[in-house]
Design a protein around this ligand. Structure first.
Ligand code: PGA
Ligand code: ZN
Length: 427
């Protein structure tokens, strides 16, 4: 039973307001959790409630969302005996009453959802990943897994698009330490590649390593393909064989350069089929094993062709396309539009609905990459979520900046304390 809900407006890694909630149970156990915030958002995402007062944080304040937790959510939820996460989340969704959580705010609802999960883990005396596993099992109608594993990290090396100065349209080029046997080895491998890339930026672009929102290096690449060439050069310079020890993943984030039916990627805008060809050529020429949002969020018609052209050995990963939304994932499964889900809990706004999204993707035989947002906090629940749900990959950003490292460091701690194996590539 929830005794009290409280909340606080805190600041994320971009210095913008976000929501932290604390849930106190009737036995006095407490859980606190914070929610992240995206910049390259999909239009189908649940609504992040912002104050809209231009005199304060440019309208981005979260005092209304915080007030909803203190007042309406506290009044409606405290004293009620919630047996499961699902019961709590359903009660919040019903109370909000809108299809996209626009009244109370997905930021308010998710903060409470997560704080309740953490309080429940404390109440049970189990690590948070075990509580997440219980929530997934309740969603799935099954048992919590007997053994856990650590997700394989895909780690931001180069940034462009909305996370950098838009100097190049592609948003992320990520390192996939495909052969690493442990989280420790995955991170030390990535560090070597990142340092080699920083050196390369100094020599080639005559610049210090300026970094983007997720810590990726953001030199003035002349065009998108240069990001891939430089990434391969950095892998080699670090002493690894590209495509063997270290592969690449990309987040094209093409929704954000799609206008009037055309993709503004190169010198001349092109149509969807030409976009598929460009990405296919990259996959053939570079050691790319995962391609996120190569097409725009509503270019449904062409996604099945994209997946066919990339083949089943490459992840056709949907972020803006799917928005962690069970209805959109169901549609994509029926169309054969993707073979992997990028899971961001705040796109949908409660843990239980994100668990439904996860289960749907799993039943279709898809891979799942659990993802942070470009605006993050020092909270590390995402690491536990990836472990508890058995995510195949985790995408948290670069190996710089403490809001990113909070998640990696939690995975390192779980690895040492629990000895879980790192999942293979692909998972
Ligand atoms: P976002 O970016 O958090 O700004 O949406 C992450 C992504 O596109 O994967
Ligand atoms: Zn993305």
């Amino acid at each position: 039973t929830i005794r009290r809900l409280t909340a606080l407006e805190i600041l994320d890694s971009r210095g913008r307001p976000t929501v932290q909630a604390t849930c106190e149970l009737s036995d006095g156990t407490v859980g606190t959790a914070s929610v992240p915030s995206g910049a390259s958002t999909g239009t189908a995402e649940a609504l992040e409630l912002r104050d809209g007062d231009p005199r304060r944080y440019g309208g981005l304040g979260c005092r209304k969302a915080v007030a909803h937790i203190h007042q309406e959510l506290h009044q409606a939820l405290s004293g009620r005996p919630f047996e499961t996460q699902q019961e709590l989340d359903q009660a919040m969704v019903a109370l909000d009453g809108t299809p996209n959580k626009a009244r109370l705010g997905a930021n308010a609802l998710l903060a409470v959802s997560l704080a309740f999960a953490r309080a429940t883990a404390h109440h049970r005396g189990v690590p948070l990943y075990e509580q997440f596993a219980t929530i997934l099992a309740q969603t799935d109608g099954g048992q919590a897994p007997a053994s856990f594993r650590l997700p394989r990290p895909t780690i931001n090396l180069f940034s462009g698009g909305k996370h950098a100065g838009g100097q190049v349209p592609i948003q992320d080029v990520l390192v996939v330490p495909a052969r690493a046997r442990t989280m420790d080895e995955a991170l030390s491998t990535t560090y070597a590649v990142y340092q080699a890339a920083a050196d390369l930026c100094r020599r080639k672009y005559q610049m210090r390593a300026l970094t983007a929102d997720e810590g990726g290096l953001a030199p003035p690449f002349p065009h998108a393909q240069a990001m891939l060439e430089d990434a391969v050069a950095a892998i080699r310079a670090a002493g690894f064989v590209p495509g063997q020890e270290v592969a690449l993943a990309i987040d094209v984030a093409s929704t954000h350069f799609f206008q009037d039916g055309r993709y503004h990627l190169g010198e001349e805008p092109h149509d969807s089929l030409a976009q598929i060809q460009v990405v296919r050529q990259w996959v053939e020429a570079y050691p790319i094993v995962s391609v996120e949002d190569a097409l725009a969020e509503d270019d449904w018609e062409h996604w099945p062709e994209l997946r066919r052209q990339l083949g089943e050995r490459v992840l056709t990963l949907g972020d803006d396309l799917l928005c962690t939304n069970p209805a959109r994932i169901q549609r994509a499964i029926e169309l054969g539009a993707a073979n992997a889900l990028l899971l961001k809990v705040n796109q949908i706004g409660t843990l239980s609905e994100a668990a439904q999204a996860f289960v749907l993707a799993r039943r279709a035989g898809w891979q799942v990459t659990v993802s942070a947002r470009s605006g993050e906090t020092e909270d590390n629940w995402l690491a536990d979520l990836a472990v508890g749900w058995g995510g195949d990959q985790i995408k948290v950003g670069s190996i710089t900046q403490s809001e990113r490292l909070a998640k990696y460091n939690r995975l390192l701690a779980i690895e040492v304390a629990a000895g879980f194996p790192l999942v293979a590539w692909p998972g």
